[in-house]
Design a protein around this ligand. Sequence first.
Ligand code: ATP
Ligand code: MG
Length: 385
Amino acid sequence: MNKVLVLGAGQLARMMDLAGTPLNLDVKAFDVRSNKVVHPLANEHTYGDLQTGIDNCDVITAEFEHIAHDVLAVCEASGKLLPSSDAIKIGGDRRLEKALLESCQVANAKHKIIDSRADFDAAIADLQLPIIFKSALEGYDGKGQWRLKSMDQAAAIWADMQDFVEQANTSVPQGIIAEQMVPFEREVSIVGARSRNGEIAVYPITENHHTNGVLSVSLAVASTNALQEQALEVFTKLTEKLDYVGVLAIEFFQVGEQLLVNEIAPRVHNSGHWTQQGSDCCQFENHLRATLGLPLGNTELIRPTAMINILGEDSVPEQVLSIPGVAMHWYNKSKRAGRKMGHINVCANSEQQLAEKLQLLASILEPNAFEDLQDFADRFQARLG
Ligand code: ATP
Ligand code: MG
């Protein structure tokens, strides 16, 4: 078995191909917009329609969770889809996601499903302000979210959400979830793989920083065992419940020493991109290994690493490449404001050295394009004392 079809032809499929090539794996991508199977690195090369792609592969997997259910159904019918369509759908619908968390008794933010104005009023009464409302379907990068901080915003937010739900063009009805805003100390995530035979390998938890609702920096440094254990326990519960195969990511809010699940992603994840340089076997390779039934690779942190997202920019000063331990990853995408265009991984021999390299990067990169990087670098340095 060595042929993989990825549903979705974006940067995650691209990086799966880059990771799979040294193992002689043949990775192709299904572009859901053109309905064609394409080369993950050169989308202009096409290989026929979905059925042709299904017939010519050993395993089908997905790089994103918002995939039309009829596409998932034909893939599942072939017996080749991993993870299962149920797992993919759960990642794409916050209602199903919350139900999974509740059924596994996994700690998460207090929430309510909103189907009517009465539910909306009840949610406001039950959950304390501030409340965050999120669309059930198609939420990503902070899109489809409304923050209610004071009651004078309630009428406008309700009207806006109603329009949003009515205009939705989704195969299952769109909906809204109300969630208590969690006063978290920080956001972390765990990325890990579960193989066909139930073997689990997780990477160390990663600290995540968002700018305007979008991930901007992930930091992978040694963490406390207690937090890692908690995250692993949640990972194990959820993946076993789903009989999950492949890489899965779980985002958490850390409140004191407790982790509350924010959301899960049934796929390789932006907060796991650091593994390309900070581990022996990156998340993309481990996802391929897991779905193909190969032994999983080492997930230990081998050196402190930070990942910096490049948002809305198609170039950075060449000087960045002169810093030892810096690796550039461009996605070959056309420039659009806020779009994820690439990322920079920076590795060091110690946390102190990583802090110094982050300072250097912050001084080279355009501050308007990397808004919070200087602030992040300063806080990281201060933390080290
Ligand atoms: P992404 O695809 O980038 O992960 P998303 O659109 O799926 O984002 P969430 O992860 O649910 O959305 O929310 C985006 C960010 O908004 C979170 O990372 C967090 O910073 C903030 N946020 C979301 N829910 C809450 C909450 N209940 N309390 C506090 N902050 C929250
Ligand atoms: Mg998120």
